[in-house]
Ligand binder design. Structure first.
Ligand code: 3PG
Length: 306
């Protein structure tokens, strides 16, 4: 049984060692493809793999077709929009994620980006503090909950909107559940995005929504670039010189953003939210365990293409 780790953005070595331990203890073989630059390298590597562990790596119909022995793909992380679920299902391949395993890492980066933003990107001018500001958490899943926990330490006032999470669950954490996405943006000084990229959410963060935010507002995105309407956010920021945008996912119009609204916009060069040893260990080893449990016991817990 051959398990392939295919990661354009590698896990920390300590996590790879931990994955290897799990895989070899089960009597399986581990192969590693890291920092690949051509899709062909991935296509070649998957040819004899029975299981694959990935991160944001693209597993499309071509990759599935090239992986003739494939039984399972585990996305070591939360969002699985990078996997063609239809192609996987058609080929009889099980797809799983490892929910919650990297969420604290992502939530901590939200505050790394936020302090940087409200202190005017450390340009030497007087910024503001997070204490007392209204933070809107857009989607209250694993990352959203961790953001709420950390934000309490900063003394922020918390609001959340999640179409799929009951208000009682949100309010139990001392967070005010608002009843619409529009209300969330109207009430929040800062909005932190934690929605997945789906047909419904793609491009949904647009000028109309951002225009509801008060003067001096900040948007922080550690979710997906696809949820932003990039044309509209640029136009909006040109018309609102008080507005700041910080993101962990390089936008398609990064160069134009830097040129036109550069002093109020920042992106990490590569998605860094889950790039900690702890998150790599948690998500990577969970992925390895899920593969072993699937192959040995047929367990389909965390399957996302039911
Ligand atoms: C996730 O969906 O788990 C996060 O976006 C992290 O993605 P990454 O593993 O590519 O860093």
């Amino acid at each position: 049984m051959k398990v392939l780790i295919a990661t354009d953005k590698p896990f920390a070595k300590v996590a790879v060692d931990g994955i290897r331990k799990e895989i070899e203890a089960a009597g399986f073989e581990l192969a590693l493809l890291e920092k690949y630059t051509e899709k062909q390298q991935l296509l070649d590597a998957v040819a004899d793999a029975n299981a694959i562990i990935i991160r944001s790596d693209i597993i499309d119909a071509e990759v599935i077709a090239a992986a003739k022995q494939l039984k399972i793909v585990v996305r070591a992380g939360a969002g699985y929009d990078n996997v063609d679920l239809e192609a996987a299902t058609a080929a009889g391949v099980c797809v799983m994620n490892t929910p919650g395993q990297n969420s604290n890492a992502v939530a901590e980066l939200v505050f790394g980006l936020l302090v940087f933003a409200v202190r005017n990107f450390y340009n030497g001018t007087s910024g503001t503090e997070l204490m007392g500001k209204k933070l809107g958490i857009h989607a209250y899943g694993n990352v959203g909950r961790n953001v709420a926990r950390i934000a309490k330490g900063f003394g922020m006032e918390l609001y959340a909107f999640d179409a799929f999470c009951p208000a009682e669950v949100i309010e139990k954490d001392g967070v005010k559940a608002v009843s619409s996405v529009e209300e969330l943006y109207s009430v929040s000084d800062i909005v932190s995005l934690h929605i997945p990229a789906t047909a419904e959410t793609k491009q949904s963060i647009n000028a109309a929504l951002l225009g509801r935010m008060p003067k001096g507002a900040v948007l922080v995105n550690t979710a997906r670039k696809e949820v932003i309407n990039e044309t509209e956010i640029l136009e909006f920021m040109e018309s609102r010189p008080d507005f700041k945008y910080v993101t962990d996912i390089v936008p398609g119009n990064d160069a134009e953003m830097k040129e036109k609204v550069g002093g109020r916009y920042f992106t990490t060069p590569k998605k860094m939210g889950a790039q900690t040893a702890e998150a790599n260990i948690n998500a990577g080893i969970a992925a390895a365990k899920q593969i072993v449990d699937f192959i040995k016991n047929g367990s389909e817990r965390f399957r996302v293409n039911k």
